[in-house]
Write a protein that binds this ligand. Sequence first.
Ligand SMILES: [Zn+2]
Length: 375
Amino acid sequence: MTGILTALCAAAVLAQPPAWFAEAEVCSGWYRQWTDEAIADMRGLPFVIGVPPDALVIAKAHEQGTRVLAYVTFYQMPAVGEYQRANLAEHRDWNVIGADGSETDSVFASTENPGWKAVCPNSPAFRDFALEHVRYLVSQGVDGLFIDNAHPSALCEGPKYGRHEHLYAGEDNIRAYRCLLEEIQAELSADGKRRALIVNPGEPRPEWAGACDSQMLESYICTWASKTRWHDEGRILAFQKSWGDSPVLALSYIGHTANPPREDAFWCYAWARMSGFLWADWFTAKDTARELYTLRLGRPVSEMSLKDGVYSRRFEKGVVAAAGESEGGTLKVAAAEGKRAVDVFSGRGLEPDAGGVVTLAIEKGRARVVVFTDE
Ligand SMILES: [Zn+2]
């Protein structure tokens, strides 16, 4: 048994993400209806998460150049009723079983998903279902998957209570889930076309690194769950230190603090980009900071640094900067030769001084982006 199982978990890990994914600087998610109007609103974003498995809808998004990822979860299911084309009530060998023999509830059963149960990535039948569902989504034309709730229940006593055997006998479900991710990643690109895999553990986890193309850091700085910026400068810098320049998708929910939403959007965007993260807002800043969706700064050409009270990082086509939370500062950057420098927030052009240096004062708790443009 062990030999077979080791082989299963040795699915070839795909090192390079698709080029369109590697080059993306922002993205978004849309969990409501993908109407023609909603799809048109996505124009300019490299990819959007949450597409329904509907080949016609996917084709419409593709026509305007928007790639699409389907939303799935392989952590939980409703106890009864069809979900992701299956009904858990018909599959008694999929549930996670607790130490007392009962079916384990989803951690969201007491909040947004009443009656939902945890499902077992270590169950052979559930694994087969998950891979089959991935094949179905690929057949509809998706460019990748977003797997939510990547925090499996570590313990399952399914074998002890006769509900199912385990693929990885003696291993906890963290290992089993990791193996499932690797298998899904291989399945996604089985036809030779590289598709993207993003997982959402809430905050990135070392256990999933390498088994996906990106991990989500949800509720980054701004969130629906807090009326103030949720992560302070120390925490933001800690994320940057732990995960900087690794493939992290930072998702900020704008519009829940007392700050102008445009300020919060630039603040979250700036910290994400300076940290080397992909940034998303799930369309919460679409009416207040929409130009962030189409900003393309290119690759970073410096590390993030702190000078004159301002953190900043230079990219091929611009500079992203943020003052500290308690004091403002001044951004001073060398202008790009032959280009015009523009402060994206105000839309104003910035004139370089005689030494070719562009200066921009930034108040505390605010962030700005300067682009170098031909226009
Ligand atoms: Zn199990």
